[in-house]
Design a protein around this ligand. Structure first.
Ligand SMILES: *Cc1c(COP(=O)(O)O)cnc(C)c1O
Length: 229
């Protein structure tokens, strides 16, 4: 069996090669290890191998791991679907959220973020290919959502996230990621946002294309923790 440490090393090598290929400094791309459905023991192994940021999709599962992580103090990112009744736990337990897609959820997170914690780092999820049934705001609804989030003092609105259509066509992958990057730049300019520079895009199968188009966070599950049931 391949170890988490070896898998992490391989992912870092892929990130390094992808950065070299497009002349990016490797420090501009951060690795989010997606540990959803995986036990705390594997998260612990990843932490011991130097990994700090972890992404979770299922709240109850995540809360158990967060409770177990105690003194290790990893940084937790929520990357799953958000229902209203989950916002309090997310606001209290997580450092980042990548999947904000409505004003209602944003306001709840803002109101529920404890005053003694730093602002919640938030990215807006965009349904970049306008796929039916897929989470995220449409491109056309994005400016209004940003506008409504500007007064949210407890949220640090810092960029965009997308899960594009599934395709093995690398040109098409790049086209989708490039659209998200363009959209991020356009919104930063339009609203004069100085901190709006994060792009959460790229997973185990397409991180190279995402890095080529400007990803600042790649969200990697399978390549680190193995296939999920
Ligand atoms: C599961 C998941 C990932 C990781 O996907 P892999 O293909 O296993 O790397 C990334 N982002 C989100 C939002 C996910 O739900």
């Amino acid at each position: 069996m391949v170890s988490i440490q070896t898998n992490l090393k391989r992912v870092h090598e892929r990130i390094q090669r992808a950065c070299a290929a497009c002349d990016r400094d490797v420090s501009t791309v951060r690795l989010l290890a997606v540990s959803k459905t995986k036990p705390w023991e594997l998260v612990r192994q990843a932490i011991e191998a130097g990994q700090r940021d972890f992404g979770e999709n299922y709240l109850q599962d995540a809360l158990l791991k967060i409770a177990a992580s105690g003194e290790y103090r990893p940084i937790w990112h929520y990357i799953g679907a958000i229902q209203s009744n989950k916002t309090r736990d997310i606001a209290e337990r997580f450092d980042w959220i990548h999947t904000v897609a409505s004003e209602k959820i944003a306001r709840r997170l803002n109101d529920q973020r404890p005053p003694d914690l730093p602002r919640l780092n938030a990215l807006i999820q965009v349904n970049i290919n306008d796929e039916a049934g897929k989470a995220g705001v449409t491109e056309s609804a994005l400016p209004t959502l940003i506008e409504r989030m500007l007064p949210c003092q407890r949220i640090r609105l810092c960029g965009l996230m997308a899960i594009p259509e599934q395709t093995t066509d690398t040109a098409r992958q790049r086209e989708n990621f490039a659209r998200l990057a363009d959209l991020g730049r356009a919104m930063a300019t339009r609203f004069g946002l100085v901190e709006f520079s994060e792009l959460s895009m790229g997973m185990s199968d397409d991180l190279e294309a995402a890095i080529a188009e400007g990803a600042t966070w790649v969200r990697i599950g399978t390549a680190i923790f193995g296939v999920r049931q």
